[in-house]
Design a binder for this molecule. Structure first.
Ligand code: BF8
Length: 641
């Protein structure tokens, strides 16, 4: 691959060239060598039974007259694309929600006081979550209302939370956190999720050969499962992590491969669940381990994160971000990565092959995510002996410092960032002291200084130039006075580009947004965390509705969503719960619905009439941003502002 064509980031370009010099292939090379299947990429390959795969390509020149394409069973392109689409939602929703379940289990052990490693850190958040889960926070004693014992609240909250995955009747309790008209709409549409696991299982059933054959009914189940992700599994993951690890608040740090240090032991944590990385952070910063590292000839221990683990430990501890999704192999190719510790999701299997060329210890830690290569070490992490596991891992990295064999080459590039935003800190910075929560933000939207708010999120994708879509879309939005909320790998890309600093306002923003950012001292792009933390965007938007003056429902707001470089099934689930929550959502790269025009039209256009939000696809990043701005303007006009 040509390094310049592969990425806009100089550190990445430098490291791709380095990999080539060393004869190591990376995702960028593999993307050139293997082209995607055009039929699969457009959503019209059905491999749900072994009479197929049935491939139904669009005829050259498009459909003329009736669309007669069908699979062996008669499945139409719409049925096939809808089935594939909601199976992606099932994959994504299960990834977020199973992560949430692990956190709920850790929260339960903390509530039961079964572990030394985890405690209840944020009792404020615990009380808020308890309330949302219908857990009493007060008791009546002799006719007097008193605060209920915190341990009791924690225990009951943990039980109620865990119940959300598999309760036998009722509906998800968090749905009522949405604005009332939104909840009522979901009810009317028949899409209120019953429990998290059930909606995912039902997708697998309905998409089995010969079950649901109506694309409208299929996507309805997709909507239910996606809502169970956004307003269920993901939101619970975020909330319970905040309770156990602390709610983030603005914090300074740095981003890009240049955060690694040649004279330090470099430990890279990569994946998604903060359950392990939180403890690794604590252990790596302990005097005992620092002394040990110094004894072994290192100046200290440098921690760095990749993917959403990076976002989690950045938000809560200011640990610098080493890399986006597509740079993961490059972190090892620096020759300075003494250990890479991975848990779940977004981890390349090829890391093991790259690690073989270096001294790097690649450590898997999760029982559901192992690798077949024999140079990979598996240290299974368990919340009941979390500290011992973390010590073992950190010590292994330190012991490995002296084994570096290839010449170290760490790119010098890194950028400063301010991260750690959330509903609470937006309220703090953009709230009003008298008029309640999000008043100042609403006021600035109404007076036009802020034209609207965009959630720009999601992955990198080797099918498009690394970070180019992310950065172009975000810069175009802030130039047009749209405040950006970011998560996931978009947040990392923005950090690497220097967009997560208050100073970026004066450089890249339109006059209105510059004024607001400079007055309150915030960056024009607010980092809200990992991909499960997209739930923070839902709740922030709900606070905006509550603060008044901008309509009664999420679909009334001048907001839009975007994932310019998406690749994962999780992104589809997120996109769909944004859409079903009333948000116009644009994806880049391509969507696996293009081969089924009727289904595509249904979720791109008809959906707006049903949910107020709809999907769109735009590969050109400037046009992509302007479609979002046009939607924001349409909503402003409808509000009369
Ligand atoms: O959950 S943005 S590449 S890291 S999937 Fe993966 Fe995509 Fe990055 Fe986090 Ni989200």
């Amino acid at each position: 691959a040509d390094p310049i064509k592969a990425s806009i980031d100089p550190a990445t370009q430098q490291m791709i060239a380095r990999a080539q010099e060393l004869g190591i292939d990376t995702v960028f090379d593999r993307a050139e060598a293997m082209k995607p299947c055009a039929i699969g990429a457009t959503g019209i390959c059905c491999k749900n039974c072994s009479m197929g795969p049935c491939r139904l390509p669009l005829p050259k020149g498009g459909i003329v007259g009736e669309d007669t394409r069908k699979g062996l069973c008669g499945a139409t392109p719409n049925t096939i694309a809808a089935r594939n689409f909601i199976r992606m939602i099932a994959g994504g929703a299960s990834a977020h929600s199973d992560h949430g379940r692990s956190v709920a289990e850790v929260f339960m052990s903390a509530a039961r006081k079964e572990t030394d490693a985890y405690q209840i850190k944020d009792t404020q958040k615990l009380l808020a979550v308890a309330e949302a889960l219908d857990v009493a926070t007060t008791v009546e004693v002799d006719g007097e209302t008193k605060a209920r014992d915190m341990d009791e609240i924690a225990l009951e909250t943990a039980e109620k939370a865990l119940n959300e995955w598999g309760k036998s009747e009722g509906e998800l309790l968090y749905l009522k956190r949405a604005p009332k008209p939104r909840y009522e709409l979901w009810k009317k549409m028949g899409v209120l999720p019953r429990n998290i696991d059930r909606e995912i299982v039902e997708i697998m059933h309905r998409t089995h050969m010969g079950v649901d054959q109506d694309y409208r009914n299929l996507i309805k189940q997709g909507t239910r499962a996606a809502l169970a992700d956004g307003w269920g599994g993901s939101m619970l993951a975020t909330d319970l992590q905040d309770i156990v690890f602390g709610t983030p608040s603005p914090i300074q740090s740095e981003a890009n491969l240049g955060i690694m240090k040649e004279d330090h032991v470099n430990i890279i944590v990569h994946g998604h669940e903060p359950v392990l990385s939180e403890i690794v952070v604590a252990v790596a910063q302990s005097p005992e381990m620092l002394d040990y590292a110094k004894k072994k000839g290192a100046k200290g221990i440098q921690l760095g994160g990749i993917c959403c683990t990076a976002n989690e430990i950045l938000q809560r501890h200011g640990i610098p971000t080493a890399a986006t999704f597509l740079q993961q192999e490059l972190a090892i190719i620096t020759g300075a990565c003494d250990a890479m510790v991975v848990d779940i999701q977004c981890i390349f299997q090829n890391l093991a092959n790259v690690a073989k060329c270096f001294h790097t210890k690649l450590i898997t830690t999760h029982p559901i995510a192992k690798m077949e290569q024999d140079n990979v070490i598996h240290i299974e992490f368990d919340e009941h002996h979390a500290l011992d596991d973390a010590k073992k891992i950190v010590k292994m990295a330190i012991d490995n410092f002296e084994n570096r064999k290839t010449e170290v080459m760490i790119p010098r590039h890194k950028a400063a960032q301010v991260a750690g935003f959330g509903v609470e800190s937006i309220e703090y910075h953009l709230g009003g002291s008298f008029r309640g929560t999000f008043y100042t933000l609403n006021d600035n939207i109404i007076n036009g200084r802020i034209r609207g708010v965009a959630g720009v999120v999601g992955c990198n994708n080797a099918r498009t130039r690394h970070n180019e879509g992310h950065i172009t879309v975000v810069k175009e939005l802030i130039k047009n006075d749209v405040l950006v909320l970011t998560t996931g790998c978009n947040a990392i890309a923005c950090a690497m580009e220097g967009l997560l600093t208050p100073e970026a306002a004066g450089v890249y923003c339109g006059p209105g947004l510059t004024e607001v950012c400079e007055t309150v001292g915030i960056p024009p792009v607010l980092h809200l965390g990992s991909c499960v933390d997209n739930s923070r965007i839902l709740l922030a938007a709900t606070e905006v509705v509550k603060a008044g003056g901008l309509g009664n429902d999420l679909s009334d707001l001048p907001v839009a969503g975007s994932a310019p470089e998406w690749m994962s099934e999780k992104a589809i689930s997120i996109g769909h719960y944004f859409v079903a929550s009333g948000v116009y959502t644009v994806f880049g790269v391509g969507l696996p619905v293009e081969g089924a025009p009727v289904f595509q039209n249904y979720i791109f256009n008809e959906f707006e009439k049903l949910y107020g939000g709809m999907w769109d696809l735009e590969i050109d990043p400037i046009k992509h941003a302007h479609k979002m701005i046009a939607h924001i303007d349409k909503k402003r006009k409808a509000l009369g502002i």
